[in-house]
Design a protein around this ligand. Structure first.
Ligand code: ADP
Length: 593
């Protein structure tokens, strides 16, 4: 309430400044929904995000304020709805007057809508609810609580961001809050395509979606179809089973089955049990769970042999990687015999611990590595890995991330915790679901020494292992800067790039470095975190991967507050920044700008 009032008076006084930073719209919307999901699920409400694949999501603006508006609208929707669903939708608003122009200007006009099936708002109140301290129903105050400021602030924020907000509602049937907003697109928005590379092999594969909620089905169908899958829908467990039987009879079984855990009459778990008992192959099963019973539900999945699950509201990236896990496992098993296996030149005889829960991936991974000359043992989850590390000697850990019992990040942290204070440091290479930056960062933060995006080919793996274990160290083989990324930062302008790098090296970096040294001297963990964070952001935007990783390492040390190792992490960072600087100082031809 206090925050509401502060915001309100700040905006009234014209003292609220908007940020202009890069953000990912899909992540923002999904995270806002995720925050309110527990409350929605407690009330038995379905909460769905619908952002069609065509919507550009790499945008520039004020994500904090946009999140505030969304949280307020979704929060209200959950509060004033007793049954049914809440849908958060973002679409591109076709601009009839100047479509070409705004495209050329690198902007996009978006139409946001938060719809609910709640109590609705009487027509005579629809105009006043945006006024400060106004609530549609006097008695609602006691029943629902609140200040009557949320919508006022939302309206002010939307207008401050150049948009407009309005409402459509029918008492008893529900409300829809809409707002329009024009946002800048990030100059180089090719990142989404990176994730899509993995869908290449999915074309035409039959998939089945079993979910009682029509909106959710439609959103899933849209995504899966976009990724090339051939989708069949079923609106109940029984209908789903019929589809499965039919598909088997026509010998075109589904390769992927997305199954809602919570459905009336026949739950997803009941469906899964029937599949298992009837001996219908259930390899492609992905269970969709509601986050309120997550622990017991995951346990039930495990009992039923379902390796992959997703938590609602379903995130695009998780859906993508979940499907990849299910489909790629099958593909790799099929393709494996044809692969050309490179002979290990470095590190033959190396003892590798492969941590992976998926049985097919275990088999493929183990065989491939063994053919390359490594000695491989397999752990089925993080906990097992810890036990095996305690019992045996290994040179390297290959760590999958998503596993039951103890996942890869947890296991990595636990391994590093055990090593703390000793001189031991077993190299850990994390296997990330796909090239998601946040996944990679999380791995490094957890203590992994590197990562490999899936699907892991023997070539990639071999190269990474060699790079890792070669005596000159991991970083030296790779160039210190990814120029393509660096040029993205300045929209392809080389001069500007060099100028910006120079400014960073001459002005910002020395200041941050000073901060780091000072922080170290004063044992001030927060100062270290702050300065490292500052360096990380800049070198990352200039494509300096190794420098970024070094800065991240120091930032993590600062955040954890345990400054052991900070000195050597700082030395490593300084060395990386030197390589970074040397790269940009090279004469033009050898830098290949
Ligand atoms: P409050 O803190 O009271 O929720 P808001 O400004 O967010 O303040 O909302 C003002 C009033 O508008 C609420 O008290 C409620 O009567 C009405 N309202 C807002 N959102 C909804 C909704 N989704 N469904 C029904 N009524 C709503």
């Amino acid at each position: 309430i206090i925050n509401d009032i502060l915001d309100f008076s700040r905006i009234e006084a014209g003292r609220l400044e908007l940020q202009e930073i890069d953000f990912d719209l899909r992540t923002l919307v999904e995270q806002a929904a995720e925050m309110l999901a527990p409350r929605a699920q407690e009330k038995g409400l379905e909460l769905v995000c619908h952002i069609p694949p065509q919507v550009p999501t790499a945008l520039v603006g004020d994500p904090g304020r946009l999140r505030q508006v969304l949280l307020n609208l979704i929060g209200n929707a959950v509060k004033f709805t007793q049954q049914g669903e809440i849908v958060v939708q973002v679409k591109v608003k076709a601009d009839r007057e100047k479509p070409v122009l705004s495209e050329a200007e690198g902007k996009v006009k978006l139409h946001f809508a938060v719809r609910d099936t709640g109590i609705g708002i009487p027509e005579d109140k629809q105009n006043t609810i945006f006024e400060p301290f106004c609530q549609a129903d006097g008695s609602a105050t006691r029943e629902y609580g609140g200040t009557g400021l949320g919508l006022t602030i939302s309206q002010q924020l939307v207008e401050l961001m150049g948009g407009r907000i309005w409402i459509e509602s029918q008492p008893g049937a529900g409300s829809a809050f809409h707002f329009l907003m024009e946002l800048k697109k990030q100059p180089s928005a090719g990142r989404a395509a990176a994730g899509l590379e993995m869908t290449r092999g999915w074309q035409g594969l039959p998939a089945l979606v079993i979910d009682d909620n029509a909106t959710h089905r439609r959103v899933l169908l849209e995504m899966l179809t976009h990724w090339g899958l051939e989708v069949t829908e079923a609106e109940s467990g029984l209908a789903g089973l019929q589809e499965l039987e039919q598909a088997q009879a026509t010998s075109r079984p589904f390769r992927l089955v997305l199954l809602d855990g919570m459905m009336p009459e026949m739950s997803g778990f009941a469906v899964a049990r029937r599949i298992r008992d009837a001996d219908v192959p259930g390899d492609g099963l992905v269970m969709m769970l509601s986050s309120n019973h997550i622990h017991s539900d995951v346990a039930r999945c495990r009992e039923l042999g379902i390796a992959t699950h997703l938590v609602k509201p379903i995130k695009w990236s998780k859906l993508l990687s979940g499907i990849a896990t299910v489909l790629d496992t099958a593909q790799e098993t099929e393709k494996e015999p044809e692969r050309v296996i490179p002979a290990a030149t470095v590190g033959a005889g190396l003892r590798i611990l492969l941590v992976e829960d998926n049985v097919a991936a275990q088999l493929v991974g183990k065989k491939t590595l063994e053919k390359t000359g490594y000695v491989v043992q397999v752990a089925g989850n993080g906990r097992e890995a810890l036990q095996m590390l305690e019992a045996g000697e290994f040179d390297l850990v290959l760590m999958d991330l998503e596993m039951p019992q103890m996942d890869g990040l947890e296991a990595t942290r636990a391994i590093r915790e055990r090593e703390a204070g000793s001189s031991q440091h077993i190299p850990i290479l994390a296997v990330t679901a796909y090239a998601a930056k946040e996944d990679q960062e999380r791995c490094l933060e957890a203590g992994a020494d590197g990562y490999l995006p899936k699907p892991v080919s023997p070539e990639k793996l071999g190269a990474a292992i060699e790079r890792f274990l070669s005596p000159d160290g991991a970083g030296d083989a790779a160039p210190p800067v990814d120029l393509a990324v660096a040029l993205e930062a300045t929209n392809g302008d080389k001069e500007l790039l060099l100028e910006a790098v120079k400014l960073f090296l001459e002005r910002d970096y020395p200041r941050h470095l000073e901060g780091l040294r000072e922080g170290l001297a004063q044992r001030d963990a927060r100062a270290i975190k702050r300065a490292a964070h500052g360096i990380k952001g800049v070198v990352d935007s200039f494509g300096g991967r190794a420098a970024r990783d070094a800065a991240l390492c120091l930032e993590t040390i600062g955040r954890k507050g345990d400054l052991d190792g900070a000195q050597s992490a700082l030395a490593a960072l300084e060395a990386e920044i030197e390589r970074f600087a040397a790269f940009f100082a090279q004469p033009e031809p050898s830098r290949k700008l």
